[in-house]
Design a protein around this ligand. Structure first.
Ligand code: FES
Length: 235
């Protein structure tokens, strides 16, 4: 051991001494040209570090970006829903699930349809024209008295979720229901959670906890008897 170790130590000592001597022999001020070279070197090193950093971020970010891609299940959850209404009769209501929310599709008879524009009913509603708080509760093409696509006023498509705290209101189509206002009740929906009332177009009554009309989802008629919920009509 001893000789080899001593030899190694000696060599290390000599190298260090040589370096110290070289350092001392340097001029006290580094010439400008060397400073410039040194600056360039530093800049190069900074850039190189940034590139390595960016590449590193790229590698780190990829798993996240790839996990943002919606899974097939997520796509299915937001997918449009087709509803066949060929057997739907006036007064009947069907429920489907779209984006995990209940959507009602129902047919209004001529009388119920006409009642929607009666001044007597509109006087009881908070925002009958959808121009106030409920402005964004329906697509532009359904911002009308019936809250439907023009030409299909007898078929309503409404998200069945109360705009107060999210209960699903009960369908109460019978006009004149004593527990809901008697003569003034033209048919609609009643939320048993805190007593909000909506008419047959999903418009909210004034003075109830629900702040806005019910939501009308995007939808269109694929044919006379098939409705697609989740997709706007072609422009
Ligand atoms: S959730 Fe419907 S009234 Fe409160």
């Amino acid at each position: 051991m001893s000789e080899q170790t001593i030899d190694l130590k000696k060599r290390r000592f000599l190298t260090q001494a040589k370096l110290e001597m070289e350092f001392k022999s340097l001029p006290s001020k580094t010439p400008v040209s060397e400073q410039t070279i040194d600056l360039k070197k530093r800049r190069f090193l900074t850039q190189a570090t940034s590139v390595v950093g960016a590449v590193g971020v790229g590698f780190v970010a990829w798993p996240f970006i790839s996990s943002w891609k919606p899974s097939a299940r997520a796509k299915a959850a937001g997918a449009p829903v087709d509803v066949d209404i060929s057997k739907l009769e006036a007064g009947q209501l069907v429920r489907v699930l779209w984006r995990k929310k209940p959507v009602w599709i129902f047919k209004r008879g001529a009388e119920a349809n006409a009642a929607l524009s009666s001044p007597e009913l509109e006087a009881l509603l908070a925002d009958p024209n959808g121009s106030g708080n409920s402005k964004s509760q329906q697509p532009a093409y359904a911002n009308n008295t019936h809250r439907t696509i023009e030409g299909n006023e007898d078929v309503a498509v409404i998200v069945g979720v109360c705009t107060h705290l999210g209960c699903s209101p009960t369908y109460r189509p019978e006009p004149g229901a004593a527990d809901l206002g008697g003569e003034s009740w033209k048919g609609g929906f009643y939320c048993p959670c805190h007593g909000s009332k909506f008419d047959l177009a999903g418009r909210v009554y004034a003075g109830v906890p629900a702040p806005t009309n019910l939501v009308i989802p995007p939808y269109h008629f694929v044919s006379d008897t098939l409705i697609r919920i989740g997709v706007d009509p072609a422009a």
